[in-house]
Design a protein around this ligand. Structure first.
Ligand code: NAD
Length: 490
């Protein structure tokens, strides 16, 4: 591993301990390099006392922050964007080291995206507007937008920069303070951002807390100083967060998992649709994407051709260490995640399903030490098989043959999730009909790219509650509307 990178990690750990704990005697957990499985650093764990200290300080800071003008808040978000951009290379390296996501095909892109997120929310600062309602002669009702106070933002490891961006820039520009629960697997990437943000923003309007979910995360969600929780992660944890918040009657945004369908119509451009699978499955991220199109419904007339072309594309994937520039797909994030994903594939094989494995393994890969899983495609698994129903969160795509498009639609909608969906075809009338009938928070036609700031995303059913990423989502999630009534008749 790069010695300079390790020195930088060590310096970050020391800075963080000094900044947050002011002491050296802290409890820690190990950080592992997914490309080799080696422990490379220790991560401080913020206990409930540290959490409460952070929220208390954030609460005090928020009272001043909300009094700054929207112009100033917007300007500071833009300054944060510029500062993050100025350390883009370093962040991409740290992210690749910790997450196992390929440096060139994944990590650099995520850094660019988080810069755009801060820029976007800097730009919409002026849009914190309300509505007016004429009530009577000389009487008008109007709404004004107000921040909740301290927002708890809980971030997952698969896209930690992006999710941190949405949970810092949007709440802050709306006048909240933000306290971030950093995912244990990607602590140093976010500590590096925290270092820059604390240099730009007024003291205490943003806190980043490292540690475990069951201690640090749970303490943050239950903290009395928090007024709003924004969680991104698994359904299981989302449910626990929702229950804890319900006890406190506290608003919650939940961005959870998915098992997203993609309907491939017989008149579509097959190469584009194959590219759509590759893009949406985020094989470059080991398939660890909440919006992954992991259920692809393909018309019988094209299934063989589709499988051949998809197989060719999958075989071009170069599986290797995340920091190697030639790698297009790194390891999964953890041994636990690798074992979980591999267990789905092994069970499918044991059950006699049609499982094909692809990809080219780079020379010298530490396959046994690192957390590698080859991309695979499973054709026509039984509809109730775990691999067909559950979120695998790995490089595994299920292909289903259909004859009748309405049957494909019914099967596509038959899921406990409802995050994302897409339709691929040339007949726009059919595409629009299906898009209208697909039950998901985001539906695309002949396209599988999302996550640009300004486009709201979020799911229905077990995929979550509320939206993130746009002006409207910012207003809904991070402000409340106050009703005012004014009699100006004197
Ligand atoms: P996770 O639920 O295990 O952890 C997410 C975060 O919650 C981590 O920071 C963790 O430390 C914290 N946490 C764990 N237990 C907690 C508790 N009791 N209280 C408070 N916080 C707690 O999820 P993960 O494995 O990190 O992420 C993968 C999951 O995230 C997948 O299911 C994926 O679909 C989902 N995801 C969803 C979206 C979306 O926008 N819908 C985006 C990315 C990831």
């Amino acid at each position: 591993m790069d010695g300079l990178l390790l020195e930088s990690v060590d310096a970050l750990r020391r800075w963080y301990v000094d900044h947050v704990f002011g002491a050296t005697d802290v409890t820690t957990i190990d950080a592992f390099d997914p490309s080799t499985g080696a422990a490379f650093a220790t991560v401080p764990v913020c206990d409930p006392t540290v959490v409460n200290n952070a929220t208390q300080r954030a609460l005090v800071a928020q009272r001043e922050w909300v009094r700054t003008t929207v112009q100033e808040r917007g300007r500071l978000m833009t300054a944060c964007a510029d500062r993050i951009d100025s350390i883009a290379d370093e962040l991409a390296l740290l992210l690749a080291l910790e997450s196992g996501k390929a440096l060139e095909t994944e990590c650099r892109g995520e850094v660019s995206l988080v810069v755009e997120i801060f820029r976007y929310f800097g730009g919409v600062a002026h849009e914190l507007k309300g509505h007016t309602t004429p009530l009577d002669e000389n009487v008008i009702g109007f709404t004004t937008r107000h921040p909740h106070g301290v927002v708890a933002g809980i971030v997952p490891w698969n896209v930690p920069l992006m999710m941190m961006g949405y949970k810092v820039a949007a709440p802050l520009v709306a006048g909240n303070a933000s306290v971030i629960k950093v995912p244990e697997q990607t602590s140093f990437t976010l500590i590096r951002v925290f270092q820059e943000l604390t240099d730009i923003l007024p003291p205490d309007v943003v806190h980043f807390l490292t540690g475990t979910g069951d201690l640090t995360g749970a303490a943050l969600v239950a903290d009395p100083n928090v007024s709003k929780v924004s969680f991104t992660g698994s359904v299981e944890t989302g449910r626990a967060v929702y229950e804890a918040s319900a006890k406190l009657i506290r608003p919650v945004t939940l961005e959870l998992g998915g098992k997203s369908p993609m309907i491939v119509l017989p008149d579509c451009d097959i190469d584009k649709a194959v590219h759509g699978v590759m893009q949406s499955m985020r094989f470059t991220r080991g398939g660890q994407s909440c919006t992954a199109a992991s259920r692809v419904f393909i018309h019988r007339s094209m299934i063989d051709d589709f499988r051949v072309r998809l197989g060719a594309a999958l075989d071009e994937i170069v599986i290797g260490p995340a920091l190697d520039p030639a790698t297009t797909c790194g390891p999964l994030v953890s041994a636990r995640q690798r074992d979980r994903v591999q267990a789905y594939v092994d069970r499918a094989v044991d059950d006699g399903l049609d499982v094909q494995t692809f990809g080219t393994v780079a020379d010298g890969v530490d396959w046994d030490g690192g957390y590698y899983v080859s991309p695979s495609a499973v054709t026509d698994p039984p509809v109730d098989h775990p691999i067909a129903v559950e979120e695998v969160f790995g490089p595994v795509v299920c292909l289903f043959t259909y004859d009748d498009v309405d049957d494909a639609l019914a099967r596509a909608n038959d899921s406990e999730f409802g995050l994302s969906a897409s339709v691929w075809g040339r007949d726009i009338t059919t595409c629009l009909r299906l898009a209208d009938a697909l039950e998901a928070g985001i539906v695309q036609i002949n396209q599988n790219a999302i996550m640009v700031p300004g486009i709201a995303y979020g799911g229905i059913r077990n995929s979550g509650l509320g939206k993130e990423g746009s002006l409207e989502a910012m207003l809904d999630s991070y402000t409340y509307a106050k009703t005012n009534i004014l009699n100006y008749g004197g």
